[in-house]
Design a binder for this molecule. Sequence first.
Ligand SMILES: *Cc1c(COP(=O)(O)O)cnc(C)c1O
Length: 362
Amino acid sequence: MSIENLARANVRELTPYQSARRLGGNGDVWLNANEYPIAPEFQLTAQTFNRYPECQPALVIERYADYAGVKKEQVLVSRGADEGIELLIRAFCEPGKDAILFCPPTYGMYAVSSETFGVERRTVATKQDWQLDLPAIADSLDNVKLIYVCSPNNPTGNLIDPNDLRTLLEMAKGKAIVAVDEAYIEFCPQASVAGWLSDYPHLAVLRTLSKAFALAGLRCGFTLGNEDLIALLLKVIAPYPLSTPVADIAAQALSTEGIRVMRQRVTEIAANRSWLQQALQNCACVEQVFTSDSNYLLVRFTASSNVFKTLWDQGIILRDQNKQPGLSGCLRITIGTRDECQRVVDALSALPGANKTRQEPM
Ligand SMILES: *Cc1c(COP(=O)(O)O)cnc(C)c1O
């Protein structure tokens, strides 16, 4: 007898998140997970490994609150932003009854987390310009307890219009939590909605140390919200969500010096992004490079599966977005070092423009 039959039906049917690591590849240029290309160096200072860690390490909370410009009571720290996504579902959604809503094409974990918990996922595709389709959302809110909006959006790279976010928050008042996923906000800090917390008790903001802070391997993220919302999440979080080394290194990353270095990284990545965007526009196999406020570029190719495979074989690993609604022919390229960007351009320059038949002079 297979124990498969013992599993919950929704788990049997579940397709796990196809993380960049799970997808494998034998590359030496990893541009598929929006990581920072160089490992920062840290020394452990904590030694008390015989003791359980603090549930919400005070220094990490204090420093993140300072950095984000919110009160300590408005910060929850967790095992990556992905755990924040999950905690919101656990705190607000009744399985088999409530629904979450999100707007594809977007980040894949909202779907995976809701399926894991047996919570319905409702999708309202974005408009052609990847902005929110507010009338369609308004028509789809029955039983919706939680709305995820990713801004800048992964994988498209665009910011969601702040006026639309305001309208959405008004629409959801008294009905649903609006969770704004700001995993990439360090690349456009002026666009954060963290400053709106005092206006909206039902606003949550998701943050992470995985992207601009260069600490994807640390697994540390944050949820910002008003005290009542944070108190609910604290009810469902594990008793010791962060290990002692994680809290130790997170506190260092959030020191004045740590934040200065992070901002330096952002400047460097933004410069590489402009350079790569320019260079891609001159490649025959490139149809369109989309504007990005993040550390990746979404690019439409004339023959994307060939591009993906050719670069893969050269050890350059990109993220295929071709299956996402509206993104046929699109690959996502993380901004790496200038050398890595150059490797991408060199590989692409050798490729023909499949459908662009050049007009020969008469
Ligand atoms: C990377 C990413 C996350 C996950 O962050 P972790 O802190 O590494 O779990 C969440 N949301 C979006 C949009 C992301 O791209």
